[in-house]
Design a protein around this ligand. Structure first.
Ligand code: ARG
Length: 580
C-alpha cells in the first residue's frame, strides 16, 4: 500500500507516457490533497506546466492526459478546471475500502518509503552542571517528534543527545568546588549547587586573575586525565544526567546514544592538523580559522569558523566538526538534523560549510526553534533560587492546571484515572503547544488555555479519541480495540469528510517529516478531531433507526478515526487515553 496521492500520481505518470509526453523536460507535478472540496479530493497542475513548456495549451494537454488515464476504481470523477487543473474526486466505495484497509495497518498503509535511509538527529543536548532551560525543552520535544516520525516512515534513526560536557567551565567548577562547596546543598539539589558554584566563580574571578589561572590549570589537568579531576568531572556528569533523565522519563523521550562533547575530544587535534595540511584551515593572528568563499554560503566569507583560539583552546564548532566526521565514519547517515535555538543558525551554517570543504557528503538540516514565554508563574517545588527554572516544575504546573479541568469536566472518573488523564493532558499540552506551531515561531504558555477541552489543544485531540472509545463502550462490541471493521460507505457529507481526512493521514505524516515540521502533522490531527466532532453531531452512530449497514459503516469509521488519531498523537509524543 502507499498514499492515495502516490496512487493517483502513478496513474498520471502512466497517462503522461501514453499521451506521448514521456520525454517532456517538465518534472511530474504530483497529485496533492485539495484544501477546498469543491476542487475534488486531489488536484495536479501538471498540465499547466507542461502546456506552458511544450504546448499545445494547458487545457488541451489536460484533456489529453485525462483521456489517457488508465481505468482505476479510485477514480470517481475526473474534471478539468480553470486554466488546466486536473481534479479527481475519489469513488465513495473505493474511499471507504481504502480507509478500512489503511486503518488496519500499523503504518496506516504508508509502506515505509524511507527504508534503507539513515538519519542522525541531534537534539535536547543540555549542558552538564546547568539546569536544562526552556530552549532545551523545545529541542527535546521537537527533536523527539521528528525522530518518531522518521522512524515511522521507515528510516533508520539514531537519536543522539549531544551533551555539553567539556570545556573551560569544568576547570572553573573544580576550583569553585575546592573553595566554596556546600556538601549538604550538593546532596539535596546537586545541579543547583553546581550552578551556584559556577556563578560564584564568575563573580569572584572578575577581579582575581589568580583564580582564572588556577581554573585554566585545572582544565588542563582534567584534559590530561588527572584522576582526581576526572573523578570530580564524572560525578558532575552523573548528577546532571540523573536530573536530565527525570525530565526525559516524564516526557517519554529516549535516545539511542548519549555521546557528550567529551567523546570527540581525542579526534580534535588530529583533525586540526589535517585541516591545516590540506590548506582548509589557516593561522590568523595566532588563532586557527577555516575561511570561507562567497560560494560556500551567504555571508560566510565574513564569518570564518574559529577552530582554535590563540590560547590554544578548541571551540564549540571544533567539536561539532569532529562530531560530523565521527558520525559519518560510524553510521554514514544520508541526513543529519540538529534541533537547537534558531539563534545558533550561523554556527551551523559554518559547521556545515566547513564539513563540505572536508568532503563530507550528507544532507545537513538545522531546525531552529524560537523562544518560549510563560504567562504567570511556574509553581516551584524546590528552592532553586537565582531565577532558575526547573523543567519538572514546568510540567508539574501544566499537570496541576490540567487536573483542575479534569476534575470539572471528567468528574465521573475515579480519582486514579483522573490523575492519569491529567498527566496525559498536562504533559501533552506542553508538547502540543510547541508542536502545533512552526518550530521557528515563538510560543507562549497560557496554562489555562492550553489544557482546555475546547480549542486547538492537546485535550481536544485526546477527547476526540476518547469519544471514539466511548461510542464502542456503549455499543454491543464493547471495546474498540477488539473490533473487526466492516464496510464503510460514506454517504453523508460529514462521513465523507471524515473518511478523506483519515485517508490523508499518511500524507500528512510524510510531508511533516520531509519538511521537518511536526506542526503539519499536529494540524492534521486537529483536522481529524474536528471532522470527528462534526460527524458525531450530524450522524447518529448507535440508533435503532439505522440500518445494520449504516451502523456498521459508522462504527467502522469511528474505529478508523481512532486508529489514525492515536497514530498521529503517538508520533507527536502524546499519550492517548480511552476515557476522559
Ligand atoms: N549544548 C548546546 C546548548 O546548550 C546545544 C548543542 C547542540 N548540538 C550540537 N551538535 N551543537 O546550546
Amino acid at each position: 500500500m502507499t498514499t492515495i496521492a502516490d496512487t493517483l500520481t502513478d496513474l498520471l505518470n502512466t497517462a503522461v507516457k501514453a499521451a506521448g509526453h514521456g520525454d517532456a523536460p517538465v518534472p511530474l507535478a504530483p497529485f496533492v490533497a485539495t484544501a477546498d472540496p469543491r476542487h475534488g479530493d486531489y488536484q495536479t497542475n501538471y498540465a499547466l506546466r507542461l502546456g506552458k513548456a511544450v504546448g499545445p495549451n494547458p487545457r488541451a494537454v489536460a484533456q489529453q492526459l485525462v483521456d489517457a488515464l488508465p481505468e482505476h476504481p479510485a477514480l470517481g470523477s475526473v474534471e478539468i478546471a480553470g486554466p488546466g487543473f486536473i481534479n479527481v474526486r475519489l469513488a465513495d466505495d473505493w474511499l471507504g475500502a481504502d480507509v478500512v484497509e489503511r486503518a488496519g495497518k500499523e503504518d496506516l498503509g504508508l509502506g515505509a518509503p524511507g527504508t534503507g535511509r539513515t538519519l542522525v538527529i541531534d537534539y535536547s543536548s543540555p549542558n552538564i552542571a546547568k539546569r536544562m532551560h526552556v530552549g532545551h525543552l523545545r529541542s527535546t520535544i521537537i527533536g523527539d517528534a521528528l525522530a518518531r516520525m522518521y522512524r515511522f516512515v521507515g528510516w533508520n534513526v539514531i537519536a543522539d543527545n549531544h551533551i555539553g560536557d567539556w570545556g573551560t567551565p569544568f576547570g572553573m567548577l573544580i576550583v569553585a568546588w575546592h573553595e566554596w562547596r556546600d556538601e549538604a546543598a550538593y546532596a539535596e539539589d546537586p545541579v543547583a549547587e553546581l550552578q551556584r558554584l559556577y556563578q560564584l566563580f564568575r563573580e569572584k574571578s572578575a577581579d582575581d586573575a589568580e583564580l582564572t589561572d588556577r581554573a585554566r590549570a585545572e582544565t588542563v589537568k582534567l584534559q590530561e586525565g588527572d584522576p582526581e579531576n576526572r573523578a570530580l568531572w564524572q560525578d558532575f556528569c552523573r548528577v546532571s544526567l540523573e536530573e536530565f533523565n527525570g525530565v526525559y522519563d516524564r516526557l517519554g523521550v529516549k535516545f539511542d546514544v548519549v555521546h557528550g562533547e567529551s567523546h570527540y575530544q581525542q579526534a580534535v587535534h588530529p583533525m586540526i592538523e589535517d585541516l591545516m595540511a590540506r590548506g582548509l584551515a589557516v593561522e590568523d593572528q595566532g588563532a586557527i580559522i577555516v575561511p570561507f568563499e562567497p560560494e560556500d554560503g551567504k555571508g560566510l566569507s565574513k564569518n570564518p569558523l574559529l577552530i582554535r583560539k590563540s590560547d590554544g583552546a578548541a571551540m564549540y564548532g571544533t567539536t561539532d566538526l569532529a562530531t560530523v566526521i565521527d558520525r559519518m565514519d560510524t553510521w554514514a547517515p544520508e541526513r543529519i538534523i540538529y534541533e537547537t535555538d534558531v539563534r545558533q543558525s550561523l554556527h551551523f551554517r559554518q559547521v556545515f560549510a566547513a564539513s563540505r570543504k572536508m568532503g563530507v557528503q550528507t544532507d545537513f538540516v538545522h531546525v531552529g526553534h524560537g523562544m518560549l514565554k510563560f504567562d504567570g508563574d511556574v509553581v516551584s517545588s524546590r528552592k532553586g533560587g537565582g531565577g532558575m527554572l526547573n523543567l519538572v516544575d514546568v510540567l508539574d504546573t501544566a499537570v496541576a492546571a490540567a487536573r483542575k479541568v479534569v476534575d470539572r469536566e471528567s468528574a465521573e472518573l475515579p480519582e486514579e484515572e483522573r490523575a492519569v488523564v491529567a498527566e496525559a493532558i498536562g504533559v501533552g499540552a506542553v508538547k502540543y503547544t510547541d508542536l502545533s506551531q512552526n518550530p521557528a515561531s515563538d510560543i507562549h504558555f497560557d496554562w489555562d488555555r492550553m489544557v482546555a477541552y475546547e480549542g486547538d489543544t492537546a485535550a481536544y485531540l485526546l477527547y476526540a479519541n476518547a469519544r471514539c472509545h466511548s461510542i464502542f463502550r456503549k455499543s454491543d462490541v464493547g471495546d474498540l480495540t477488539a473490533y473487526t471493521p466492516g464496510v464503510i460507505l460514506p454517504e453523508h457529507e460529514a462521513e465523507r469528510a471524515l473518511a478523506i481526512t483519515i485517508a490523508r493521514t499518511p500524507e500528512a505524516i510524510l510531508s511533516a517529516t520531509e519538511a521537518a515540521k511536526p506542526n503539519v502533522l499536529a494540524n492534521h490531527a486537529f483536522q481529524l478531531a474536528k471532522a470527528m466532532a462534526r460527524f458525531y453531531n450530524q450522524c447518529k452512530v448507535l440508533d435503532d433507526a439505522n440500518s445494520t449497514e449504516t451502523t456498521t459503516s459508522r462504527l467502522s469509521l469511528v474505529w478508523a478515526t481512532s486508529r489514525a488519531l492515536e497514530t498521529s498523537l503517538r508520533l507527536l509524543g502524546l499519550a492517548p487515553v480511552s476515557r476522559m
